[in-house]
Write a protein that binds this ligand. Structure first.
Ligand code: IMP
Length: 427
């Protein structure tokens, strides 16, 4: 039985939730390995919409084991609200496991996220404001509070007092903020700790056992490759490792345990927040993709920037993640287009670039060179079999495959579970 990593191939929001949900039926365990409540997975089951920020999409299947791994940063209030919400819908969540090593998003992380963005002025990242960056900063600075700490009064008290010495100095001296009182935080977070304690386990060990017992484990990435702190469009990135390799560190498994990597891409491109986006569309077509694709952030509600598919970016993503194949979502959003463009090179001054670069200055200047393909101008949202796709849609898929040097194994033509076309084996 395989261990599969499902990873976003662009700047996040590729529709990973739907694909995880679709695969979940056949898998035994689903693991989140990085990010936090900055993510937002929208899953539609029997016409009912679920927006999940921290819980793996597998929680919608009561018989699946779900884990939140060490590499995730947890806002306990958001997580508890999400758990309660799912329970209210009649799903018991008895199979949820949370790593005690996952770091906890504290109130000062959220304040610092907003204040630091304010200080950055025109260099702001456009974060989701969920305290994600400052929480990962504390993890690396060895000032973090972990899930296991918030149900141990002595440990929590000691660590918090120590961390607040630094945080309050920064908040008060630099930002003229009132700072935080340890006792107020302790009171609130110890309650969260009490609630979460029954879910806390050694998730790395549980995953290891599942793999040893030949169970099918799905590692569900959040965000996307181009938001990876090492391999993305730095500094306009998130603070974790959404790339497939992040699953090893974030879940506590060795690279030899991963069997396959499935990338998820939209049939076009979107991005939320600041940062370079060479194929961005400003006019009518961009508006149409936003409206038809409901391109508004699941976490912040911000309108997403929209653009044509970028073959350089996707080929890079295939390489960085070692993707075996890709799922292409939202093909139906392109149904009305007379012609469809795919970016095949960038012009940077006099230079023509045919491989993606994370060089910020080049990306800002990049003028896309497009290949233009005929559109199909007919609805695909009902299609369930590849043979029933219009020839122009098949040509588009084949063209993208030839550009990115990887096969497309799944096509999604709408948000529902049934609106999926399987092209070839992907597990
Ligand atoms: P942060 O993760 O909140 O620090 O935000 C850093 C950057 O990542 C910003 O551009 C966000 O818009 C972007 N980002 C974070 N999470 C997501 C996501 O789930 N989807 C898309 N963009 C995201």
């Amino acid at each position: 039985m395989p261990a599969i990593v499902l990873v976003g191939a662009q700047w996040g929001d590729e529709g990973k939730g739907k694909i995880t949900d679709m695969l979940a039926e056949g898998v035994d365990m689903i693991v989140r390995y990085q990010g936090g409540a900055n993510a937002g997975h929208t899953v539609v089951v029997d016409g009912e919409e679920y927006i999940l920020h921290l819980l793996p999409s597998g929680v919608l299947y009561p018989d699946k084991l779900c884990a939140i791994g060490d590499g995730v940063v947890i806002d306990p209030k958001t997580l508890i609200e999400e758990i309660e919400n799912i329970k209210k819908r009649g799903l018991p969540l008895e199979n949820l496991r949370i790593s005690g090593n996952a770091h906890v998003v504290m109130p000062y992380h959220k304040s610092l996220d907003a204040l630091e963005e304010g200080l950055k002025g025109k260099h702001k990242i456009g974060t989701t404001g969920r305290g994600i960056g400052p929480c990962y900063v504390d993890k690396m600075a060895r000032l973090g509070i972990r899930v296991r700490d918030i149900f141990d009064y002595e440990e929590f008290h000691g660590r918090l007092e120590h961390t607040l010495k630094y945080k309050n100095l920064i908040l008060r001296e630099i930002f003229k903020h009132d700072g935080y009182d340890a006792h107020t935080i302790l009171e609130e977070y110890l309650e969260y700790g009490k609630y979460l304690k029954p879910f806390v386990s050694d998730t790395s060990y549980i995953i290891h056992q599942a793999l040893r017992d030949e169970k099918f484990v799905l590692f569900e990435g959040a965000q996307g490759t181009l938001l990876d702190v090492s391999h993305g469009t730095y500094p306009y990135v998130t603070s974790s490792h959404p790339v497939a390799a992040g699953a090893c560190v974030g879940a506590g498994i060795g690279p030899t345990k991963i069997d396959r990597v499935l990338g998820i891409t939209k049939a076009y491109t979107t991005r939320v927040g600041e940062g370079p986006f060479p194929t961005e569309l400003d006019g009518e077509i961009g508006e149409h993709l936003r409206a038809k694709g409901s391109e508004f952030g699941a976490t912040t509600g911000r309108p997403r920037r929209t653009g044509w598919l970028d073959a350089l970016l996707l080929r890079y993503s295939v390489r960085i993640n070692g993707m075996n194949s890709l799922a292409m979502t939202k093909l139906d959003v392109l149904d009305e287009q007379k012609t469809i463009k795919v970016c095949v090179a960038y012009k940077v001054g006099d230079e023509t670039i045919t491989e993606f670069t994370t060089d910020f200055r080049k990306l800002v200047e990049a003028v896309p060179v497009y290949e233009e393909l005929p559109g199909w101008q007919t609805s695909t949202s009902h299609v369930k079999d590849y043979r029933d796709l219009p020839q122009e849609a098949k040509n588009y898929i084949k063209y993208v495959e030839s550009q990115i040097k990887a096969p497309i194994s799944i096509i999604s033509v709408g948000p529902g579970r049934s609106q999926t076309v399987i092209l070839r084996k992907f597990v």
